[in-house]
Each structure stands twice: as C-alpha cells, then as structure tokens.
Design a protein around this ligand. Structure first.
Ligand code: NAP
Length: 475
C-alpha cells in the first residue's frame, strides 16, 4: 500500500500553467493509480498556452491537439482555474500551503536578445510578441486606452508596422522564423480558413509585404527548422523562393554536419532544389540568406534598414563576422532567435539558464531538493522540442512526484477544497472549464457568422464577456 492510499486522502496538486506541459502533467497525475485533485492554474482566461498562442494558425493539425488537452481538463479530479495570476492573486507560498505539491509548467514567455544597436526601435519586434499578435493573445490586443499601458501600445503598433512594411527581415532559421515568414508571405485569403482573430485577418488584408528576408548566421547545414516546415514554404502558390547557390556550397565541416544529421541533409536538399528552380516573376518572395547576421538595426524613430555582416566559422568553431557588410532596406524586423524563461515571484530561478533549477523534475530551492515543488516543460528544459516532447517530459516529472509519495517524502495532508476556499475568501473568481466551453462556443458562433469555422476572440474583455454564464431568463 502506498503512502497516499494509506492516508485515504487524495493527493492535491496545483499545476501552474494550462499549456501543453501543464495539461500533460495533469494527465500523467490522473494516470498514476491514485486519487488526485489537480488544479491547473493559468493567468489567462483560456487554457492551452502555446497550442492556442504559439502554434501558427495555419497549422490546423497541430492546433487540433487542443481537443485532447481539453479532454484531460474534463477528467474527474482535474479542474481548470483560469484568470488566476500567481504573484497577484496568490503568492506562491500561499498556494503551497493549500496543496500537497506544485508543478511549475509556466513555459518560457520572453524573447532572447540579439544585443545589437537599434534592437528596441519601433519596427523591431521579438518573435514571441509577433506570434502572440497573429495568434490573438490578449496581452497584445489591448483593452487599455492608448497611452495607458506601454505593452498595449506596442501591440497596437504591430498593426501599423505590418500594414506599412514592404520588406521584412526575420532573424534566425528555426521553426518559429518559418512560421513568421509564412504568415508575412501568405495572402490574407490564404489565411482566411484559420481561426485568426478578425482584427488580425483584417490587418493582414492590408499588408503590402513583398519581400521577406530570413537570416541564418551559420550555413544551410546548421538550420534549426524541420524539413516538413521548410517544404511547406516551397508549396505556397505564387511565392518566389530566393537562395544564393553559392551559400549552398558546403565546406568540410558542413559536409560532416550533413553526414551526421538526416534533418540537416534533407534541409540542404530542399534548399538546393529551390536554388535550382528557374527564376520566375512573382509578386512575393522569401529570401533565405546564410552566413549572414545583423549587426545593427538602423533608424532614428523607427526601423528603416538592417546592416548585415557576412559570417564564417572562426578557429574556435564559433560564428565570427568577416567585416564584410551590406545594408538592407526594411521597416519591419522580427527577431526569431528563441524564447527565454522568466522568473515567477517566489519560485526558484536560474537567470543564466532562464529555467527553474531541478533534478529530474524535482525543483532545487536554496541548493536542496524541495519537498513539494516540481517542474516540467520549457521552464524545466528550455524552449526546445515539439508539443509532444512535453508529454514525455511531464511523465518524467510526475513519475518523480509519485515516487516521492511512495517513499513517504510527499504525504497527502488533507488539503481538498482549500484552494477554492482561499480564492473565494479573497474574491478571486477563477474561470472553470464550463467558462472555457462558453468562450469556445462564442468563438465557433462568431466564426460561423463570418463563414469560418472559428474566430479567436483576442481581447480580454471579449473573452470575459463570452465566459460569463447566461443570465437566467426573466420569469
Ligand atoms: P530555435 O529552434 O532554437 O531556433 C533559433 C534560431 O535562432 C536558430 O537558427 C539560431 O541559430 C538562431 N539564433 C540564435 N541566436 C542568434 C543570434 N544572436 N543571431 C542570429 N541568429 C541567432 O527556436 P524557435 O524557432 O524559437 O523554436 C523554439 C522551439 O519550438 C523549437 O524546438 C522548435 O522546433 C519548436 N517549434 C516547432 C514548430 C513546429 O513543429 N511546426 C513550430 C514552431 C516552433 P544557431 O543555431 O546558430 O544558434
């Protein structure tokens, strides 16, 4: 008999973050063979994290993972607590005092910096911000009036940037860079079958981007994107793909990299096929530049260009500049060089790594393994892997948690109902799964009224209005 079964009490766990990593952790907890009560908490009014606010809207199959995630939130013993912010509504220690264990699964919400002049000019956006915009994230679709919230104003400015740019630069050659390049290159008609918020789709209708320049600081043998995503770009009708064949000549190290890595080999093959295509006159083009890095973003009050430097691999195997520079005119720059985890108040954080420190999913607090804190997902391992990677990651963490229960290190202490009492006591009204289902129904109804299968509600006020239960009819 395990310790949990011995006490006869359910194991009460709070998971912070209702994205894929948090929901996979909840799923693993329900499959552990014990009575559990899992509260999946999110600061947003809606669940699904990056599946809703990171996966590109035209990636229908990946976005449909939502259905599986929603099923887990509806399992007995699992409850969704939306619109609850740790650090504002609830301190982490208060949360820990009313559950047996906490699992941090709050992802990596910030961007990595390039560290070059002009990076903060209007017109230079971090990919997480741009992705959040086209996915209809409430943080960048402001309710706040102009001038009252700088973050809201940045969100508002994206519309004008997208509408005025003719040339855009995307820094980085990962899958997010490809998502960004595709959204900038596609016509609004090509995006009309997505669930993009109406205001986003309308902005993209006014878009005038003709050229998207994607920059890889290393050669084509060292791309971070996957071949399926690369090929997808090549299948867009009417889109020219420009690759300099000289960039595709592989040096010795690149040949070794391609020999050792099938994805790299396939990516180079796709790029070679594009480079060999006969030039065709197209009104929209994506240019892939390799051995190229930005060294300065130009502009006084907004971006008007980027200084590019040719790169090479230096004697120590690192990318170095060759000193050969050119200037590219562009008014929109999207820096897609990876996400970065941030600190949550009261939660251990390794600033250098951008992660919560841990051993096999058990959080390390003040140099020792904490008895009741666990971590999973991007805030555990860094911003890598596909959505499914989070499932095995969550299983590792939850296996450690349940082993601690078996070992009697983590003992269910009869916390059932305490979180609800704490929240109610301070007037915090969490949004539950039925509230999400009302939002879901409202998005489907809005979409259908516009000839689409769903339209994302971007504004927080719209989400909260849709979440509210219908008033009972007057007698
Ligand atoms: P990523 O895969 O880590 O790619 C980051 C890119 O930025 C790399 O090309 C990297 O080049 C470059 N970079 C980093 N620092 C740079 C600098 N200072 N200057 C110039 N370039 C720099 O990150 P991501 O694209 O944000 O993706 C995050 C994760 O989500 C990945 O695991 C990705 O596969 C996943 N994802 C998957 C999908 C999908 O499956 N469809 C879609 C989106 C995201 P170096 O290699 O030279 O460092």
């Amino acid at each position: 008999m395990t310790a949990a079964e011995g006490t006869g009490r359910p194991l009460v766990v709070a998971v912070i973050g209702a994205g894929p990593s948090g929901i996979y952790a909840a799923e693993a907890l329900t499959r552990g063979g014990r009575a559990v009560e899992v509260a999946v908490i999110d600061r947003l009014p809606v669940p699904f994290g990056l599946v809703r606010y990171g996966v590109a809207p035209d990636h229908h199959a990946i976005r449909s993972i939502r259905t599986t995630l929603e099923r887990t939130l509806g399992q007995p013993g699992v409850a969704f607590y939306g619109d609850v912010t740790i650090g504002r509504d609830l301190a982490i220690d208060e949360l820990r005092s009313c559950v047996d264990a906490v699992v941090y699964a709050y992802g990596a919400g910030a961007d990595r910096r390039l560290g070059i002049p002009g990076e903060d000019l209007p017109g230079s956006l971090a990919a997480p911000e741009f992705v959040a915009w086209y996915c209809g994230h409430p943080d960048v679709h402001p309710d706040a009036p102009t001038g009252t919230d700088p973050e809201a104003d940045r969100g508002r400015a994206i519309v004008e940037l997208v509408n005025t740019a003719t040339a855009a630069v995307v820094v980085g050659v990962g899958n997010v860079a490809l998502d960004v390049a595709r959204v900038l290159a596609k016509t609004a008609d090509e995006l009309a079958d997505t669930d993009m918020a109406q205001e986003v789709l309308e902005s993209l209708t006014a878009k005038r981007v003709t050229d998207v320049h994607v920059l890889g600081r290393r050669g084509p043998a060292y791309t971070a994107f996957t071949t399926k995503e690369l090929r997808e770009l090549g299948q867009l009708p009417g889109l020219g793909l420009v690759v300099d064949p000289a960039d595709l000549e592989l040096d010795e190290a690149s040949l070794a990299a391609v020999a050792a890595d099938k994805v790299a080999a396939r990516n180079v093959a796709v790029l070679r096929e594009w480079a060999a295509r006969p030039a065709a006159a197209t009104s929209r083009r994506v240019h892939l530049h390799f051995w190229t890095r930005p060294v300065a973003i130009l502009g006084e009050d907004r971006v008007h260009g980027v200084v590019l430097e040719r790169t090479a691999i230096g004697p120590e195997g690192l990318v170095v500049g060759t000193g050969e520079t050119t200037t590219l005119d562009a008014t929109l720059v999207v820096r897609s060089v990876g996400y970065r985890g941030v600190a949550l108040p009261g939660v251990p954080y390794d600033a250098a790594a951008g992660r919560v420190p841990h051993v096999g999913g058990r959080v390390v607090r003040d140099g020792v393994v904490s008895a009741d804190e666990y971590v999973t997902g991007w805030i555990k391992r860094g911003p890598t892997g596909v959505i499914g990677t989070n499932r095995s990651d969550a299983v590792e963490t939850v296996t450690a948690l349940l082993a601690d229960v078996d070992r009697g290190v983590l003992v269910p202490a009869g916390h059932a109902g305490q979180l609800d009492r704490l929240l109610t006591g301070r007037g915090v009204h969490a949004l539950d799964l039925p509230a999400w289902r009302r939002i879901d129904a409202a998005e489907v109804a809005l979409g259908q009224s516009q000839g689409r299968s769903r339209t994302t509600l971007a504004r927080r006020s719209a989400l909260l209005a849709a979440a509210a239960p219908d008033e009972p009819a007057a007698p």
